[in-house]
Design a protein around this ligand. Structure first.
Ligand SMILES: Nc1ncnc2c1ncn2[C@@H]1O[C@H](COP(=O)(O)OP(=O)(O)O)[C@@H](O)[C@H]1O
Ligand SMILES: [Mg+2]
Length: 216
């Protein structure tokens, strides 16, 4: 911040196993988004390193990093980040266009993903015609459509009511179990915390506790 240095994350040392359903929990400003953004290569750490699926991301070229993101990472943002001029179908299809997947295969994957989130009847709608819960479900379908290995979900229920939050969490839990997708959430929502099998509490950029229900 100008000449003043601010440490958003300090001495963080965490590792996640494939198939984990885990979350960073902590008050606003505790460093959750910074952590997810570093894993997703949207932000670069000043010190230390992040290794994602065996790749030390600061050592990857921009092209290799984009490849890793396009193939294996799914992002779910608090504010959905859907493209307003595109339909639901087109929003979900976009990651597959980046992968240059053939059309027939794309169509199958998009329809499957929209079925997972229960939105097959809204294929032709645009984001402005949907509720917040529906928009968030589209963003989950978009994150899941390529069956990524890792999903980074930054406060995915922050704009949702209890009913929609539970539906969305049930969907993600199902995908975690069926596809072995690793989920890392950031949240301070009790409704999300109930579902997590591992809860990492952050405070002022440091880990204050790390509780794993699924010790194995
Ligand atoms: N680029 C930046 N420059 C200065 N401070 C930042 C920057 N990014 C984040 N911060 C600060 O780092 C802290 C952690 O932010 P963030 O990771 O967004 O927390 P959370 O997601 O837990 O609310 C906040 O106090 C925020 O203001
Ligand atoms: Mg945040």
């Amino acid at each position: 911040m100008g000449s003043h240095e601010f440490t958003a994350l300090n001495k963080i040392n965490l590792s996640f196993k494939i198939g984990e359903f885990s979350g960073l929990v902590g008050p606003s400003g505790s460093g959750k988004t910074t952590f997810l953004n570093i894993l997703g290569s949207l932000d670069v750490p000043t010190q230390g390193k992040a290794v994602v699926l065996g790749h030390s991301i600061s050592e990857l070229s921009t092209k290799k990093m984009a490849e890793l993101r396009n193939h294996h990472l799914g992002f779910i943002f608090q504010t959905y980040n859907l493209l307003a001029v595109y339909t639901v179908y087109e929003n979900v299809e976009l990651p597959l266009l980046l992968l240059k997947m053939p059309e027939a295969e794309r169509k199958k994957a998009v329809l499957q993903s929209l079925e997972w989130v229960g939105l097959t009847d809204k294929i032709k709608s645009r984001p402005a015609q949907l509720s917040g819960g529906e928009c968030q479900r589209v963003s989950i379908a978009r994150a899941m459509v390529k069956k990524p290995k890792l999903v980074l979900a930054d406060e995915p229920t922050a704009n949702l009511d209890a009913h929609n939050s539970h539906n969305i969490l049930e969907t993600m839990e199902k995908l975690n179990q069926e596809l072995k997708t690793t989920f890392i959430f950031s949240t301070h929502d009790e409704k999300v915390i109930q579902y997590l099998r591992r809860t990492i509490v952050l405070k002022d950029g440091q880990v204050v506790s790390d509780d794993n229900l699924a010790k194995n």
